[in-house]
Design a protein around this ligand. Structure first.
Ligand SMILES: [Cu+2]
Length: 207
């Protein structure tokens, strides 16, 4: 097992829930996914059925980072996560548009695949990877679905985000009237990153 545990498939409704980092109870797994910086990591969702809201992938170095670090005993609520991927609105408006969350589903029972590239220049070491789906199909009642796994990332790079504004803690990153960065994708390559108010996102996004 490489994932942190979760007790139920129910969403988290509160932005202050301790499980916002890695779900509940988030018991640490005994092993890691070995992966090279620059490689693809694909998360498998066997059955996902909500269509509306942003999805994001985050990494956090465990301990002091580096090849001797480990994730077993970290407090995931204290980790500093940085975002490596985000998928939002593919086309249309917040209220009427079509989201990646819908597009990545097959709707036929085959597994829904969510690929992300580990940054090629990333410093090697033990990391927690955090996948977050935020579902907004019910206005003003966001549903958070965070899941974490442990990665043993290899490589020759030495990069990490240098500025504090790129790091976030969970809970702590979101407030009900705070800002949320959403990736408005106009086509496959051009995208505009917008900051919008979480409350606006929640009240306007409808399936
Ligand atoms: Cu649900």
């Amino acid at each position: 097992m490489v994932q942190r545990s979760w007790a139920s498939i129910d969403p988290i409704f509160s932005v202050t829930d301790a499980g916002l980092a890695c779900n509940n109870p988030a018991v640490a797994p005994p092993s890691y996914i070995p992966i090279a910086a620059g490689a693809n990591l694909t998360a498998v969702y066997w059955y996902w059925l909500h269509p509306v809201g942003p999805m994001s992938v985050w990494l956090a170095a465990c301990g002091d980072g580096g090849v001797d670090s480990s994730c077993e005993s970290v407090d995931v609520s204290e980790l500093s996560f940085f975002k490596i991927w985000e998928g939002g609105l593919l086309e249309g408006t917040l209220a009427e548009g079509s989201w990646y969350q819908k597009a990545f589903q097959h709707w036929d029972g085959s597994p829904d695949l969510w690929p992300v590239t580990i940054p090629a220049s990333l410093r090697p070491g033990a990391y927690v990877v955090r996948h977050e789906i935020m579902s907004l199909h019910i206005a003003n009642k966001p549903q958070f679905y965070p899941e974490c796994a442990h990665l043993n990332i290899t490589g020759t790079g030495d990069a990490l985000p240098t500025e504090q504004r790129y790091y976030a803690k969970f809970p702590g990153a979101y407030s009900m009237d705070g800002m949320y960065q959403v990736f408005f994708q106009r086509d496959n390559f051009a995208a505009d990153r917008l900051q919008i108010r979480l409350s606006t996102l929640m009240s306007t996004a409808k399936p």
